[in-house]
Design a protein around this ligand. Structure first.
Ligand SMILES: Cc1ncc(COP(=O)(O)O)c(C=O)c1O
Length: 528
């Protein structure tokens, strides 16, 4: 046991975390059995996509599942032998059946070429319920960056308007804010996010509140945060923004596929997520959500199955149950930035908003896309829906807890980006784990000089490379403006960033994979 007087770090902590991960695997086995019972009769069929065409592959994969110590999902994926891929936070890997169907679809298009415009309405109908939103609000985008840029450039800003963002945004969020800064004269204010024992939801909320003034137009934050893996209090932030007449934009690159999202409950105005990361769709796929209603009560959307319905073409409809919104404020003016058909219908014309409008139909028509990719993303989403998104989140969190428990046991609690608790707080309920074995005392929050920061970055990058070349384990590192031990109110300056390691644990991993990772790390990075 590493040195600690933290009550949560009792003897048996590792085995408790392991038990929790195994219990998560058991739940997955149950969910999977239920899934098989429902085979071919899922929401997709009801939503007009026809039977789910993956009985054979997943059935075989499930039959091949080993003991609960292995992930029940692992057989559905086709990683190279010996490879332990733990960098889903950068990009994921599609299930084998999804790859096969996408390849077949690509072949079909090569044999019978057709325009790529159509079929997305049925896909959106099928996958929107899995994210707790209306299919009229969910557009298949190219990736998180694409969605964020389309969101921010569709809003109206005046010189002097302000956006509150964080010091830990990925380049996509930084670029989005910087573009409206330079183009419209928007003032961008940053809050520093806390790390390790400085982490607290109250601190995050307070730092946002401290930046609010009458010029604040929007908040833009990512969650989970790519540098630390910490989940922010998304709902509290979005509802606080709504109460203050401020637009909320969430960079959810790491949300879909990792977390059981309920976007209406979260209350965000805009959400951009990746399809190719935790959702394990193909490259260049993502989700752009734009809140398009304010009814607190749930409702039924009779959604068309034809992409041409907004243009008056008759279409059969499917009833889709939609949860009510926690954010019941008016909809902000929003202009499409990229569509083939602006003005062809009154929808979004001059930025107008109407909850009955199928805005996603307008935003989806951006010219030719990739039918195989979009179908593959929809298929991956339906797999997740069938397996159960809540069960997946619980499995992912339980496995990350096991990893964090092992890290604490070896390097100590001060090595983690977020505190370890037996019952993890929201901040730690993610599959991204960041820890720092390179700083003095393995302290995530240690103050570094510029020279120490540079040396740490070099050592950390070398460790990432060795993990791959010598152990076939893929992880990554980041440069992090962590909280400072000397002053928990402050974050590291640009020339004094730390370089912790970041590990993604996903549904195809098991506790045995975590053990393999730890064994390799003990050969590669400093430890007590
Ligand atoms: C928080 C965050 N936002 C945006 C992105 C960019 O994602 P995409 O490649 O989907 O545009 C990333 C990628 O790692 C990220 O971590």
């Amino acid at each position: 046991m590493g040195s600690s007087n933290n009550d949560d770090l009792q003897a048996g902590m590792v085995s408790a975390a392991r038990d929790a991960a195994l219990a998560g695997a058991e739940r997955i086995h149950d969910a999977r059995r239920e899934f098989l019972k429902l085979f071919g009769m899922g929401a997709a069929a009801a939503a007009g996509m026809g039977a789910i065409p993956f009985a054979g592959a997943v059935g075989d994969a499930v039959a091949a599942t080993g003991s609960p110590a292995g992930s029940p999902y692992a057989p559905a994926f086709g990683f190279a032998p010996g490879l332990l891929y733990m960098n889903i936070g950068t990009t994921g890997a599609s299930p084998t059946q999804v790859v096969q169907h996408a390849a077949a679809d690509y072949q079909d298009i090569a044999s019978n070429p057709t325009a790529y415009f159509f079929g997305q309405q049925a896909m959106r109908n099928a996958i929107a319920p899995g994210f707790g939103c209306d299919p009229y609000e969910l557009t298949l985008s190219f990736n998180t960056t694409d969605g964020l840029c389309r969101i921010i450039m569709g809003l109206q800003f005046q010189p002097g308007d302000e956006i509150i963002t964080t010091n830990m945004e990925e380049d996509a969020g930084k670029s989005a804010a910087a573009m409206v800064r330079d183009r419209f004269g928007v003032v961008v204010r940053e809050v520093g996010l806390p790390t390790n024992d400085a982490v607290s939801e109250n601190t995050v909320m307070k730092r946002f509140r401290d930046q609010l003034n009458r010029r604040t137009r929007a908040i833009l934050f990512s969650s989970p945060v790519y540098l630390t893996g910490a989940r922010l209090p998304e709902k509290d932030l979005c509802r606080w923004a709504a109460r203050n007449g401020v637009i909320s934009i969430v960079d959810g690159a790491h949300g879909p596929g990792m977390l059981a999202l309920d976007l209406h409950d979260m209350g965000c105005d805009f959400y951009s997520g990746a399809g190719h990361k935790w959702q394990c769709g193909p490259g260049q796929t993502g989700f752009m959500y734009i809140r398009n209603g304010f009814s607190a009560a749930p409702y039924v959307r009779n959604a068309p199955t034809s992409d041409l319905a907004p243009f008056g073409v008759p279409s059969p409809t499917v009833p889709i149950n939609v949860p009510g919104y926690s954010n019941t404020t008016a909809l902000p003016t929003y202009f499409p930035t990229n569509t083939l058909i602006y003005g062809a219908t009154p929808i979004l014309l001059n930025g107008s908003r109407n909850p009955d409008d199928n805005i996603a139909a307008i935003l989806q028509l951006v010219g030719n896309g990739s039918r195989p990719s979009q179908k593959a993303l929809a298929e991956a989403c339906q797999l997740w829906d069938g397996w159960g998104r809540q069960a997946i989140e619980e499995y992912v969190v339980a496995l990350a807890q096991y990893l964090r428990a092992r890290i604490v046991d070896i390097w100590g609690p001060q090595a983690l980006s977020v505190p370890y608790k037996r019952n993890p707080k929201l901040a730690a309920r993610t599959g991204l784990t960041s820890f720092n074995p390179f700083s003095a005392g393995y302290d995530y929050n240690v103050d570094l000089s510029a020279a120490e920061a540079q040396a740490q970055a070099t050592a950390s990058s070398a460790a990432v490379a060795t993990m791959r070349s010598a152990h076939q384990i893929v992880i990554r590192n980041n440069r992090v403006p962590h909280s400072l031990r000397s002053d928990p109110e402050a974050n590291a300056a640009a020339d004094a960033l730390s370089a912790p390691l970041r590990v993604s644990t996903h549904l195809f991993h098991s506790t045995a994979d975590v053990d393999r990772l730890i064994a390799a790390l003990l050969q590669v990075v400093p430890h007590p």
